[in-house]
Every structure is written in C-alpha cells, then in structure tokens.
Design a protein around this ligand. Structure first.
Ligand code: AMP
Length: 390
C-alpha cells in the first residue's frame, strides 16, 4: 500500500506539525502498566524535531470518557512519561505539546468538523502514527488529512508494511491461529484469512460454534447458535479447497455452577474432556492434546499470524492453552505476527512479547485490515497524497 511517508512531507523545518498518536495505554491507580504505545512513536517525534519542526502538537485518545472531561481518563500521566522518554533521548521537549484526551470532546468519535477545524488551526502538517485507531473514522484520524499535507509516521507505516507483506506474499506454509470470545466478531476475518492461509487453527470461545457445526455437544460453553450454519459452510468449503481448519480435540471445562472471571472467587471442578462438552459444563480452554497439535503446526509454519486467546487465560486454571500457543509462536522459526489486544497481553503476561517478529499495536485495526484490506485512516492519508500530486 502506497502511503505517504514522513520524507514525502517536504521540508519540515520551521513547520508546526499535528501528530496523532495512539497513547491508549493501560493505567492502574495512576500508574502506566505498559508503555509500549508511548515508546513506539518516539522515533517519529524525534525525527520531526531533528528536522527542525517548530512545534509538535501531539494528540491521542485514552480510554472511553464518553465525550466529556473525566479525571479518570486524564492524559496527564502519559504526558509526564512522554516528556521523560523524549528528554532521555535528548529531545527539546519545549517544542512538544500533548493535548488533553481527545475523547473528552464528543466530536472526536462523532467526526465533528468543528473539532477538526480546531485541531488543524495554526498547523502546517499532519502526521498519523496511530495504527490502533486507524480503523476509526474519528475526527483526529480522517479530518486533518483533508486540510493539511499528511504522512504516516513510522509506527503506522511499519504496521501496514508488515500486514501488507503477510497478506500479499506470505512464505508457506502460512498458519493463522484465532481465538477470543465470539465467532460473529471474527467471521469476516476468518473468511479473509481462509483465502490466504494453508491452515487455520481455532481455539477460544469461538471454537464451540465450529464444534457444534461438526455435531459435537457444547454444554454451557459460549455458543453462537445463529452462526452454526455459517461455520458448517466454512468447514465444507475448506474441505473442498484442500486447506485445513483445525479444531480442538480436547477441552478443559468447568463443572456446573463453577465460577470464573474477573472479580469472582474461582470455584468448581476443572476437568479435561474430549471435544464433547456435557450438559452444564463450560469449555474454557483448549486441552493439552490440542495445544500440542497447534504448537506442532506453528513450529512447522513459515508464516504465523495469531490473534485471540485460546481460553480464559486471565484465570490461571484456563491459561495453559494460550501459554502453549504463545510459547510456540515465540519459539517458531517462521515469521511471526501477533495481532494486538488480548494476544499481546497474553504474550506480555508470559514474558514472551519481545520474541515475536511483529507485535501489532492495534488488535481491532489489524483484524479489520486483514478483513477489508484498507482502513479509514489509511484511505484519508492516501487521499491527501493524491491531492498534493494533483
Ligand atoms: P476477544 O476480545 O474476542 O479476542 O476475546 C477475548 C476474551 O475471550 C478473553 O477475555 C478471554 O477470556 C475470552 N475467552 C477465551 N476463550 C473463552 C472461552 N472458551 N469461553 C469464554 N470466554 C473465552
């Protein structure tokens, strides 16, 4: 994909640059628990400063403050950390301003022209480095490129280059591993991936709709009844194409009345079952046989894409499947791409996040890019480049 790069902006010296970042970091008790999203765009910011930009007006959303100021979502801790990181690189922080949380203004998510106008006022250039928000047609993403010469920052450019390469010319075998809660959320992605991959490994809550389509019982596990027919069709189409969808052959399940999940006292009996889950039991992880089979597929792949946990990994009783997949991806010899969100958190939980080739900063954005081949934020940048050429 031909995105305008920083070098395409022309001379930056003396210019005022609006920079959209994705600083949507986890904060607990005022402390940033993972600063990857603040560290990554530092290269973009320091490049602009080194080129002599007069002023960088940096902006980002943080959490979901619902269109009005809410101290719980203030960007202040991010600001302080950003300045520390920039100062540690010897950057002149007096030329950098980080605006307050964009989502304090309902116009951000509503793509309000008035917010766009206030963002671009007095700015000369726009740089988008917020891959994690590129699938949102929000004011700060799609608005400024209509008014200012625009470019992708380093983070956005690399994310798109990696995903583009993955889809255009993957080394084979190409294995995708999908998990997470719902099939319906990921049907578009599953269909798009099936066009590209040699094998699709399905775990997480979504595997039960596929297992039901194969005639297995699913007990009280997550099941999307309305999607069983679609899963049947997908399984049949794959069988005809010579590709493979691998489903769990064993399941770790919780007994009837057992409890799991955030804020609950874990309770109930945990059992390892075959692919049929009896009445009242809830399948919450792939079993060890499935984990080993998935790990073998990942080990022999030349390209691996992973998105979504294999079970409720937040609960240690149901984390083994996700851990096995995380370890297999981390030690794989092939090119490995992990699509943000919960899979990124899982990798971090197991201390393996630095052992993959590309850890995306955008879960939703990477899935939507795979599904649709484009994102609103990318289209806006290309339109700005087309306008500049015309
Ligand atoms: P998603 O946002 O769709 O990627 O889903 C991630 C969530 O799916 C995680 O919070 C997991 O706890 C949850 N999950 C994974 N496997 C299961 C399962 N078998 N049953 C219910 N939830 C699951």
């Amino acid at each position: 994909m031909d995105l305008p790069q920083l070098e395409d902006l022309g001379p930056v010296s003396g210019k005022r640059v609006l920079v959209r970042c994705d600083f949507n970091v986890p904060i607990s008790g005022g402390v940033i628990t993972d600063d990857m999203r603040i560290r990554l765009p530092l290269d973009t910011l320091t490049w602009l400063l080194d080129q002599g930009a007069e002023k960088l007006t940096v902006c980002s959303h943080l959490g979901r403050p619902k269109g009005k100021p809410d101290p719980k979502y203030t960007i202040a801790p991010v600001r302080q950390h950003l300045y520390e990181l920039l100062a540690a690189r010897g950057a002149d922080t007096s030329r950098v301003e980080l605006l307050e949380n964009l989502r304090y203004d309902a116009g951000e998510e509503g793509n309000d022209p008035a917010l766009v106008a206030s963002l671009v006022e007095n700015e000369d250039l726009y740089v988008d480095d917020a891959f994690g928000a590129a699938h949102r047609a929000h004011a700060s993403i799609v608005g400024p490129p209509a008014f200012l010469p625009s470019a992708a920052g380093r983070v956005l450019a690399r994310e798109v280059a990696v995903l583009d390469g993955l889809l255009a010319k993957p080394k084979r075998p190409f294995v995708a591993v999908l998990g997470g809660a719902k099939v319906s959320d990921k049907l578009g992605v599953i269909e798009a991936l099936l066009e590209k991959v040699d094998a699709l490994l399905v775990g997480g809550g979504m595997c039960f709709t596929f297992l039901a389509a194969q005639g297995h019982t699913t007990g009280a596990s997550l099941l999307e009844e309305s999607q069983v027919g679609t899963c049947e069709r997908l399984l049949a189409s794959v069988a005809a194409s010579g590709k493979r969808i691998l489903l769990p052959t064993d399941i770790v399940a919780l007994s009837p009345g057992g409890t799991f999940g955030a804020g609950k006292e874990p309770d109930g009996e945990v059992r390892q079952l075959g692919p049929d889950v009896p009445d009242g039991w809830t399948g919450l992880d792939i079993g060890p046989g499935t984990a080993a089979a998935f790990a073998d597929e990942i080990a022999s792949a030349a390209t691996v894409f992973w998105n979504g946990p294999m079970g409720v990994f937040e609960d240690p009783r149901f984390a083994a499947g996700t851990k096995a997949v995380a370890e297999a991806v981390a030690s794989a010899k092939g090119f490995t791409v992990v699509g943000g969100g919960d899979s990124a958190s899982a990798l971090k939980q197991f201390g393996l996040d630095d052992q993959v080739d590309h850890l995306s900063t955008g879960g939703g954005a990477s899935l939507e890019f795979i599904e649709k081949g484009d994102l609103p934020g990318l289209a806006a940048l290309r339109q700005a480049a087309d306008r500049a050429r015309a």
